[in-house]
Ligand binder design. Sequence first.
Ligand SMILES: Cc1ncc(COP(=O)(O)O)c(C=O)c1O
Length: 437
Amino acid sequence: MSRPELEAFWMPFTANRQFKSKPRILSKASGMHYWTPDGRQILDAVAGLWCVNAGHGRREITEAVASQLETMDYAPPFQMGHPAAFELANQLVRITPAGLDHVFFTNSGSESVDTALKIALAYHRARGDAARTRLIGRERGYHGVGFGGISVGGIVSNRKMWSASLLPGVDHLAHTHDLAKNAFSRGEPTQGVQLAEELERLITLHDASTIAAVIIEPIAGSTGVLIPPKGYLKRIREICDKHGILLIFDEVITGFGRTGAPFAAQEFGVTPDILTAAKGLTNGCIPMGAVMVRKPVYEAFMQGPENAIELFHGYTYSAHPTACAAGLAALGIYEREGLLTRAKALAGKWEEAAHSLRGLPHVLDIRNYGLILGLELESIPGKVGTRAFEVYTKCFERGLLIRQTADIIALSPPLILEPAHIDQIFSTLREVLQAAA
Ligand SMILES: Cc1ncc(COP(=O)(O)O)c(C=O)c1O
């Protein structure tokens, strides 16, 4: 495509001018691969953007969506229902952690997060505990780009432009990343459980009676794969329970098999009160998100006159029929092919291959969980992100799609990957990292 043809599209989270001077275009996808318009095959080591968990171009999903479009293209979600919405909600509560048994549908992770925060605030108010208005997020957290999400999120570049317009009454826990103590951890780092006590400190500062909810990603993805220290999530849960604070897990990237269990909550044995999902819900092919809540949260709203709307919230495309069809087909594939737990079987080889890169030039850390990898490189002084971006472009030239954030490389391949793909991913990375010396 010529430069003028690339101008009109203002690309998200992209260096537009750099991209448009040297575009990277993908035009076809199937299984573990993308293809460029000139026919180059690219191995997808990031499941698109942590979402194509069953691999690309799944015929069952295409057929389900086509059939739904032919039967009924759209149905209004307010005061109306359609079968696929109820069916998908039922299927979802079967695989979510026990107790999370009601589902509110959205269209993205950002909408799921803002919905979860609104539900948490409204829950306390509905119970007559209206002083609980504070939300606690975490440094280096990513919760999408809505005003709620960037307020509880902890990424300065996503917040500073809008710093005067963020939600009031938000505070942040410290992040748990500690290279000095935990570099080259395999699985959960051993050091850092005491960081959960930060929550007690914030509660002492603000008083529990003012705090509605704590939101965290069980594994933070967007700021470079931060895996929770052993015992940390359990301790956060205990403190929330002690003080009547709702715990929200943002599982937009950890949901649908990424860690080796359907959700990270099950993997880590900690059940939140509210869980947000998106991405893998439809295998990435139709935008959709979901917020799962525990029964007491739902029940708190089911009061008052039966003919009154209980929650003044929802989207034109909540539970869109095509998204529901895609979701049902995707869940069917995940279950039939055992993809919700397949990461467990591959995690050992993944870990060995990943840690074999230790010792290569500029590699400060390698961390992994399930089918997730974070590889942290030493930044070039004054040029944060330059080194990893070069690795990203060099990998793409060699037929490998990875993800880069600052000087961290994150990998999250489709869960259908085979051992040979693991070999290819890490041999390509090895070559590129060696050449970057
Ligand atoms: C943990 C988390 N929450 C929320 C989001 C936002 O999702 P979306 O981009 O679908 O709005 C993301 C996206 O990467 C995410 O990783």
